[in-house]
Design a protein around this ligand. Structure first.
Ligand SMILES: Nc1ncnc2c1ncn2[C@@H]1O[C@H](COP(=O)(O)OP(=O)(O)O)[C@@H](O)[C@H]1O
Ligand SMILES: [Mg+2]
Length: 397
């Protein structure tokens, strides 16, 4: 993902619209240095018009030796021969006029090609170090989204073998903190005043560790804090987390709100949750049609039937034929799921052999592939946030 150095937020937003939501924006060259040490696979640095030419040239001169796979792209308000000469001397790869957004897009693509040629990788640079975003969604509340997100997070983390971050995007009424009995020092609302220059080292202290390999970015405590959070910030946060965790599991509100839509943009796998009742099924059907309109790829959608063994006159087969989707995960009903929720311990931890735990663990295995060997992502969970568990916590954890 390209890093854009630009102190004007308005300019930066325009450049990001061309270079992609994955791009990181930093406001000066000092922040860039910090950001670069965090991204060994970086392929493009875009220096905006507010960056001083001499400082830009000095940076390019250093990077051509220390990071030859990185292309420096200079954006200027006016491109004249003196700018071009300086750029050439310092080893910048491209100079683009500020108004030439097509030229900027082309320069970034060329930078990606150079990266591939020099590293011999057939991946895109970002895919080479990217985790997966798994979004749990349903247009209905109370169907088990949070339960699934939390237990899937635990299953994917495999006691620390993988790094997983649970993100609560039910920004008004998020339940992840209470479900895990976390009393976090920070929530996603704290990212709002950090958003200029937000990078992973800035974001990391907002995460609250739950257990080895699993941490959470929880929803604001007050519902109205939701209104202070720009949707674009959510996209940026998910993109940063994706590059620093093996899995980012996103729990959502039961609505196609702007935050959920941002999450869809970053989503690699979506779990669409339904239960065996007609109003839910009707709304999930509408959700599927909306996903079609949004061109959300079908292979990324996975239907989850929660409370799959309820005897309520609707069968799993009818769900599949109504939605024209195969059920990827069936989770039975059990009072132990509700007990686990109420005791603040996910059922996978409380009863790993329970049929609900086994079904979710198996599904996590299909999402993650072979068991992880660990250590292949950069996020360190040591020093993450300040874990605060409830004194009401039970089961000795
Ligand atoms: N398979 C299940 N069996 C029994 N209770 C369940 C099951 N799945 C979820 N629940 C319970 O249903 C309630 C709502 O679940 P939750 O995950 O909060 O739904 P959502 O996030 O969709 O609103 C919780 O009390 C939870 O413990
Ligand atoms: Mg919920």
């Amino acid at each position: 993902m390209p890093i854009i150095v630009e102190s004007s937020q308005t300019n930066a937003d325009v450049f990001v619209s061309v270079t992609g939501a994955d791009s990181r924006v930093v406001s000066n060259l000092d922040e860039l240095k910090r950001s670069m040490s965090d991204s060994p696979d970086e392929y493009a640095i875009v220096l905006g018009p507010t960056v001083d030419l001499e400082a830009a040239a000095s940076l390019a001169d250093t990077l051509r030796v220390t990071r030859p796979t990185v292309s420096v792209i200079l954006i200027r308000r006016r491109v004249d021969t003196s700018v071009l000469a300086e750029a050439l001397r310092s080893g910048m790869r491209e100079v683009v006029d500020e108004r030439d957004l097509t030229g900027l897009g082309a320069a970034v693509s060329r930078a990606e090609q150079v990266w591939r040629a020099l590293t011999g990788s057939s991946d895109t640079p970002s895919a080479a170090s990217r985790g997966k975003v798994v979004t749990v969604f349903s247009p209905k509340g109370g169907v088990g989204k949070t339960t699934l997100a939390v237990n899937l997070g635990v299953a994917l983390a495999q006691n620390g073998a993988r790094k997983v971050c649970l993100v609560d995007l039910d920004l008004a009424f998020g339940d992840i903190a209470i479900t895990l009995q976390l009393f976090p020092a920070r929530t996603i609302a704290d990212a709002v005043h950090l958003q200029s220059g937000l990078d992973f080292p800035v974001l990391e202290p907002l995460l609250t560790e739950y257990q080895d390999g699993l941490c959470s970015l929880v929803a604001p405590v007050q519902p109205d804090a939701k209104d202070t959070i720009p949707a674009s910030l959510v996209g940026r946060i998910l993109s940063l987390l994706k590059h620093n965790f093996d899995f980012v599991v996103v729990d959502t509100a039961p609505a196609f709100d702007e935050f959920v839509l941002q999450a869809f943009d970053e989503t690699d796998e979506m779990l669409l949750v339904t239960t065996l009742d007609v109003p839910t099924l009707k709304n999930v059907k509408v959700a599927v049609e909306t996903l079609d309109l949004l061109n959300f790829p079908k292979p990324k959608r996975h239907l989850v039937l929660n409370r799959a063994d309820d005897k309520v006159g609707l069968s799993a087969g009818q769900v599949e034929s109504t939605l024209d989707m195969a059920i990827a995960l069936s989770v039975p009903t059990s009072s132990q799921v509700a007990h686990a929720t109420n005791s603040g311990e996910p059922i996978i931890n409380a009863h790993p052999r329970h049929p609900v735990s086994q079904a979710i663990t198996r599904f996590a295995g299909t999402l993650a592939g072979p068991p992880a060997t660990g250590g292949h992502k950069v996020a360190s969970l040591t020093g993450v946030g300040t874990p605060k568990r409830s004194l009401l916590r039970r089961n000795g954890r």
